[in-house]
Design a protein around this ligand. Sequence first.
Ligand code: CA
Ligand code: CA
Length: 357
Amino acid sequence: MARTSATRLGVQTLEARDNPAGNIQAALEGSFLTLFGDALDNQVRVTQTATAINVVGLTGTTINGLASVSFATTGVNAVEIKMEAGNDQVILNNLRPANDLFIETKEGNDRVTLNGVSVGGNLTVDLGQGADQINATNLTVGVDANIKGETSVVAVLNTASIGQSLTFTGSSGNDRLTATNLTLGGDLVASTDLGNDVINITGGNFGGGASITTGEGNDNVRVDGVRLGFGVAFGKDLAIDTDKGDDIVNILGTDVFGAIFVGTGEGADRVTASGVTSGLDAGFETGVGNDTVSLTNLSAGGSVNVNTDAGADRVTVQNVSAALDANLVGGSDIDTLTNLGITAGNILDIKEFEIFL
Ligand SMILES: [Ca+2]
Ligand SMILES: [Ca+2]
């Protein structure tokens, strides 16, 4: 094999760039607003007032080659924002499209901030690859909201009202959904795949149910102060599946119209349910590993089922009632049951525990 001569790399002088933060093409055609960024780090703030939409470039980003652009309008029908690659930042203040709002940020570590945004139709936020984040405060969506990323996504929703369902889709990185005061007409569907993921729902009313699937990794799921499944249509159940890893699940002060199912897979898991009602069954399966299950002030319209599988597990029950059966199964190895009170309308079956406190 012939030896190739080393290539001498010349040092080139970087050309001065007018727009290191790129340019965004903004247009309002009829009542359709579009913002198209480029491959650079685009940063933009859009503010809707009673008579205009103001589009301001931040930190050097230009809008149609200018520092800012203003469209005189009393409203928009739909908005499409595509920022392409780069570490982009999109801030939307009081934007109120009558129909859909679509945001796509692709590669790069992107930030999307929604302040007082009200979407008549569907909200889609597709953050693409990168360590992305969306923060929304006082968000209103008429139909569905769909937030997704392809590497890791952090979503912080502070007071959000969504007409139908919220879908949060993470990926192999560490994803986080923190929602405070979340009102849904339909379901919450959160799936975060691999990684150490956090789902934290504090205060809410879901007309539908919730499906939370966090994949392998050490995950932390907390559902606190939520009324769930009491709407007319949609799902009625709360289902949490954290798969392998050392997972923590807390269900606190929550009422579920349908059933509750928690499965934490392999790993040393900790599951707590306190101040919880289930209209149907309440089931907790913690898989192989040394797990801890604590059920306090829990009532189920159906059966209560606990199975901690292999491992030295610890189960505590206090003021737990099942309208039908109650089944507590410790699985193999030396398991400990602290029984401070559990009742069943039909059969109470406790087995495979070796230590009773
Ligand atoms: Ca860009
Ligand atoms: Ca991205």
